[in-house]
Design a binder for this molecule. Structure first.
Ligand code: SIN
Ligand code: CO
Length: 380
C-alpha cells in the first residue's frame, strides 16, 4: 500500500530498498506540517531541568557546544545568525510529538530513540557530519538546505567539541521546505544549513553497539545467574617450586566454576526487554498527586482513558511485558491487553480488563508510568 509519508512508496518497499541502505527525499511527506513548537517554546524546554539540550555556536570559525539546562538570558545574548539549539526527547513533553512518532510505527518501537527538534536562525548549522543511527529529518517551520554524501572518508576535525567532517564532499543537495523529509541511513554524511529561521524535527532510531550490548548483558547476568555456594579450596596442594606462578589446579577449579555460568533464549529475551525500556538517566516519573481508587481506575480504563506516560517505554514478547526497565510475566488475557498498550501507547475504549492486567496496571499508575487522560492539549 502506498504511503504518502514515504513519497508514495509502500512501507515494504521502503524497508527493502532504503532502510539502512540509501537516502530518500520525500517532498510533502506531511503536506501541511509547520511543526508544533515555536522558537520560544523550544527555548522554554531547553531551560527545563529534565530536558537534554545543546546550544551550538561558531565564533570566527571555532565551534562551541554548551549543554543545558539554560537560562532565558543566554538566548537574548546570541547573535542574529549562525547558531543552533537542539533539544532531545521532545516526545517526553508533548503529546503531539508522540503522535508524530506514531506515524513511524512501521519501524518497531524497540528501535526508536526520540524526537529531537532544532531551531536555527539564518546560517545556523551543526556542521558537516555523520550520525551512527537512522534518522528522518522532517522540516518544520522555515527552510533548510541539505547536502549529503556517500563518502567513506569519515575523518573528523581534531579538537572540535562536536563531530565535524574534516573533508566533506557533497554529492546531492536540496532545499527542504515545511513538510519535506529526508531519510538518511547510518553513517551517511550530511550538512544542513538554515535559510532564514528554521526548525527541523529529527526522528532518530537507536542501534546499540555490540560492545554496549555485551557489557549490559554481563551486567544483567550479575543479577540473574545462579552461582553454587562454595569457596575456593585446596585441601591437598602439591608443593609448587615457583610460588610466583598461577598453578594448573587453581586454573582448573576456577574454570570449572565459570563454565557453570549459562544462559539461554529466555535470558536474552528478558535482558533485551529490560535494557531497551530502561529510562535514560535523567528521566524521572511523577506519581499522580490525587490518585483515584483501584475501582475507579478500572472504570476509567474501560472508558478508554488509559495511556502510557509520555516518558514511559514499553515492549512485550510472549508472556513477558517490559516497562521502564522492569520485566513482568502475565497470562494470555492480560498479555493481550498489555500488548495493545505497548503497540498503541494507549488502550482503546471498552477494553476487557482482567484482574491480572488490573493488578499490574494499577501499581504502574501509582508510579506514574501510565495515566488517566484528562485533557489532550499540549502544555509546554
Ligand atoms: C539539525 O537539526 O540542525 C541537525 C540535525 C542533524 O544533522 O542530524
Ligand atoms: Co545529523
Amino acid at each position: 500500500m502506498k504511503n504518502k509519508l514515504l513519497g508514495n512508496i509502500s512501507v515494504g518497499n521502503f524497508l527493502r530498498d532504503y532502510w539502512q541502505k540509501k537516502p530518500l527525499l520525500v517532498r510533502g511527506a506531511l503536506p501541511d506540517f509547520q511543526g508544533f513548537l515555536t522558537r520560544d517554546d523550544l527555548i522554554n524546554l531547553a531551560c527545563h531541568d529534565d530536558a537534554q539540550s545543546r546550544l551550538i555556536t561558531r565564533k570566527k570559525g571555532k565551534w562551541e557546544v554548551r549543554h543545558g539546562p539554560f537560562t532565558p538570558r543566554v538566548f537574548s545574548r546570541l547573535p542574529a545568525k549562525d547558531w543552533t539549539l537542539l533539544v532531545q526527547d521532545i516526545n517526553h513533553f508533548l503529546p503531539s510529538a508522540r503522535e508524530l512518532l506514531l506515524k513511524f510505527n512501521f519501524i518497531p518501537h524497540a528501535r526508536l530513540d526520540d524526537l529531537m527538534v532544532s531551531y536555527a536562525p539564518e546560517e545556523g548549522s551543526v556542521g558537516p557530519h555523520f550520525d551512527s543511527y537512522d534518522v528522518f529529518l522532517l522540516q518544520g517551520m522555515g527552510c533548510r538546505n541539505w547536502q549529503i554524501s556517500a563518502q567513506q572518508d569519515k575523518r573528523l576535525v581534531m579538537d572540535a567539541p562536536l563531530k565535524i567532517l574534516r573533508e566533506f564532499r557533497p554529492e546531492q543537495e536540496w532545499m527542504l521546505e515545511p513538510g519535506d523529509m529526508l531519510y538518511l541511513p547510518p553513517g551517511y554524511a550530511h550538512h544542513g544549513v538554515a535559510k532564514g529561521h528554521c526548525m527541523t524535527y529529527s526522528i532518530g532510531f537507536r542501534a546499540p553497539t555490540y560492545q554496549e550490548l555485551v557489557i549490559q548483558f554481563l551486567v544483567y547476568l550479575q543479577d540473574h545467574t545462579e552461582v553454587e555456594e562454595g569457596i575456593y579450596h585446596d585441601p591437598n596442594p602439591g608443593f609448587q617450586s615457583h610460588p610466583g606462578r598461577i598453578g594448573p589446579d587453581m586454573l582448573q577449579q576456577v574454570g570449572a566454576v565459570l563454565n557453570k555460568i549459562t544462559w539461554g533464549p529466555t535470558d536474552i529475551e528478558r535482558f533485551l526487554g529490560i535494557y531497551l525500556t530502561e529510562p535514560k538517566h535523567h528521566v524521572f516519573f511523577t506519581p499522580p498527586s490525587n490518585p483515584v481508587a483501584q475501582q475507579e481506575f478500572a472504570y476509567q480504563v474501560k472508558e478508554g482513558k488509559l495511556q502510557l506516560n509520555l516518558k514511559s517505554r514499553m515492549l512485550c514478547r510472549g508472556k513477558n511485558i517490559f516497562l521502564n526497565g522492569d520485566a513482568y510475566t502475565a497470562g494470555a488475557a492480560a498479555c493481550r491487553v498489555l500488548g495493545k498498550l505497548a503497540d498503541r501507547l494507549a488502550l482503546p475504549m471498552s477494553e476487557e480488563l482482567d484482574d491480572e492486567a488490573l493488578s499490574l496496571l494499577y501499581p504502574w499508575y501509582l508510579d506514574g508510568y501510565v495515566e488517566i487522560v484528562k485533557v489532550s492539549a499540549d502544555a509546554v
